[in-house]
Design a protein around this ligand. Structure first.
Ligand code: SAH
Length: 477
């Protein structure tokens, strides 16, 4: 299977710097399912084409399965030719730096939209050429999707489920690669062969900057996750840390209908009528929460901030982008979260990185590194803490660190009735979700115990009956 990337941005051979693959060399990268080759069929100052050719090894693939499948179907299939999730996996391995938007030698070029043409000669395309257009056109691509006939000798047999896809546009290379990486498996109807263990995070990361506003983002997200589920169920179950998987998105067939919101922490685009599709999509709740926290920190004059339970660093990234915040610290008990935050923040310019300190730490144990910040943030963290351990967190954050300002956000359980089909908590890792009354009762007790004043701020659209989706408490010592 083959993917080619062409640019005409002069000197076009700089593509080699962006991909970190020398245009004059043919290189091979071993994958667990075969070998990925990178070479340049064309490399001149005016136009340069890089090719990723994936040579799938069906024996390796069959052996990699936990329960070996000895059927002929494992060996006789379209996998060697059809661009599938295997190609997406190979892209992620081979073009890792480029997909992060990083480039040691051409950082500016990596951050600049350049003319690009991407070709996939044989792309399995569920939904036909229209589906490819619906997914790529909103991202600014000119899309040519030509159906491949089943057999050119017998036109009466009609078209196969493959298209030859050509995308043309002016994009940053990292966006282009991330889009193809996510949308390949979305278009592919077949089973997926995922190698990595955390696809939700990968989707969010790869979708950064384009997926949230995509008119088809609900469908993309569900299909991306749904298709991979059967094969990685076991691997996922082994994952100790389940910080942000919208688990309820996985079970249904998302193709024919747009089901009601499945990820209650991110608002879905409402009506999908074509005329309305161009309207500004609603701001997702996660974004409104970040905004509310940032506004509060500014209003309280907090120039140095510690994000307690920072997860993958979404808030940290925003704090660093705002020079108002002189120094930013992030901590989390999960080393994987810290690693993800590191990766996310590695994309930032150096001056921003120098204002950051990131470390692994537990909020249940007093730690000097929690001291000395103008403000601390517990954004969607307390509900992940076992109730019996919550007093330890209170003691550490409010009692020991004695931060002047502490901002706490948590779901408002009353609002859950507004999420159709939601049974139980919004996230499988939540230990509790509180009503407004329960949150206030907790907050008042904490404030009394440790000498704080607390005020409450609704986050998200407030419902007359059940209140806002997120509740926020602002504690001032
Ligand atoms: N604040 C982030 C992440 C929320 S998810 C955001 O809003 O996007 C909750 C996070 O709290 C997880 O990353 C989890 O690892 C972390 N966490 C849970 N218990 C913790 C503890 N005792 N100490 C430190 N972090 C904790």
């Amino acid at each position: 299977m083959l993917l080619t990337i062409t640019t005409t941005a002069r000197p076009a051979t700089d593509l080699g710097y962006l991909l970190v693959k020398h245009p004059e060399r043919v290189q091979a990268f071993e994958q667990s399912f075969g070998t990925a080759h990178v070479f340049y069929p064309d490399a001149s100052p005016d136009t340069c084409t890089a090719a990723l050719l994936l040579d799938v090894d069906p024996i390796k693939l069959a052996k990699a399965r936990k329960t070996p499948d000895l059927s002929l179907g494992q060996y006789v299939n379209d996998r060697p030719y059809a661009a599938s999730s295997l190609l997406a996996s190979a892209m992620a391995n081979v073009f890792r730096t480029a997909m992060r938007g990083a480039s040691r030698d051409r950082a500016e070029l990596a951050a600049t939209p350049i003319p690009l043409t991407i070709t996939l000669p044989a792309l399995p395309c569920r939904g036909g050429p229209d589906a490819a257009r619906r997914l790529f056109e909103p991202l600014g691509w000119r899309v040519e999707a030509r159906p491949v006939p089943l057999d050119p000798e017998f036109p009466q047999w009609g078209d196969s489920r493959y298209v030859t896809l050509t995308l043309e546009g002016e994009l940053r290379l990292c966006d282009a690669l991330n889009q193809v990486y996510v949308l390949l498996p979305v278009l592919d109807d077949a089973k997926h062969y995922w190698i990595a263990s955390d696809e939700v995070d990968k989707l969010i990361r790869a979708g950064e900057g384009w997926l949230a506003a995509h008119p088809e983002r609900g469908r993309i997200t569900r299909r991306y996750l749904a298709n991979r589920r059967g094969l990685v169920r076991t691997a996922l179950a082994r994952l100790a840390d389940a910080d942000d998987a919208p688990d309820d998105a996985l079970d249904r067939d998302p193709i024919d209908e747009e089901p009601p919101p499945v990820d209650p922490t991110a608002a879905e685009p409402g009506d999908a009528e074509p005329e309305r599709a161009a309207a500004v999509p609603p701001v997702p709740l996660a974004e409104r929460r970040i905004q509310a926290v940032l506004d509060t920190l500014r209003a309280e004059g907090a120039h140095t901030v510690i994000d307690l339970g920072c997860g993958s660093g979404k808030l940290l990234s925003r704090l660093l982008q705002d020079p108002y915040f002189h120094f930013v610290t992030g901590t989390d008990v999960s080393p994987r979260a810290i690693m993800m935050a590191q990766r996310r923040l590695a994309r930032l310019p150096r001056q921003q990185e120098e204002r950051l300190n990131l470390f692994t730490g537990a909020l249940t144990y007093a730690d000097d590194r929690f001291h000395g910040h103008d403000a601390g943030v517990l954004m969607e963290v307390i509900e992940h803490v076992d109730v019996p351990r919550l007093p330890a967190v209170e003691r550490v954050v409010f009692g020991d660190a004695r931060l002047r300002v502490v901002v706490v956000t948590t779901p408002n359980a009353e609002y859950n009735v507004r999420y159709e089909e939601l049974t139980g908590f919004r996230h499988p890792d939540h230990r509790f979700e509180w009503t407004r009354g329960e949150f206030r009762e907790w907050a008042e007790k904490v404030a009394r115990t440790y000498g704080y004043q607390v005020r409450y701020v609704p986050v998200g659209d407030e419902d007359g009956e059940v209140g806002p989706p997120t509740q926020m408490g602002v504690f001032i010592r």
